[in-house]
Design a protein. Sequence first.
Length: 159
Amino acid sequence: MLKPLRQGLPPLDPAAVSDAASCALPARYEAVREARSFTRRTLDQWDVGERFDDICLVVSELVTNALRHAVPGEPERLSAPQTPAVRLHLMRWTERLVCAVRDPSHDTPVPRDSDDFSAESGRGLFLVDSFSDSWGWHPLAGTLSGKVVWALFRLRPAE
């Protein structure tokens, strides 16, 4: 999952992750609130104060996009046992944090035209791009099906 995260930064060693947490999210829109709560609790434990608001906003957008565009059917009408899971991963290194949302879709996430900012929807990836230092996606390999959409945040080194 970490291979694409080397854009302009020293390589990440997956073994050097100082903290990691993840949670499965049900296929209903209340999962966005659950993802924010999970992220708040995790970031409080990790003492990531300076990027707290940006990270919570991006997590909300990534989870909303997964539910809206990657989960088959209407999320409000789906029962959790029948639906593929959306999973939120948070990984922290000394000077960066990655939020990654895994979903069952193989579709490429496509940002909407930023000129249409007044549209009712479609601003999610624009916000992810604006509030994170980098973002991207890649298909899953092996036994997992779907994709991961990730956002990277640079953190200040501890003093």
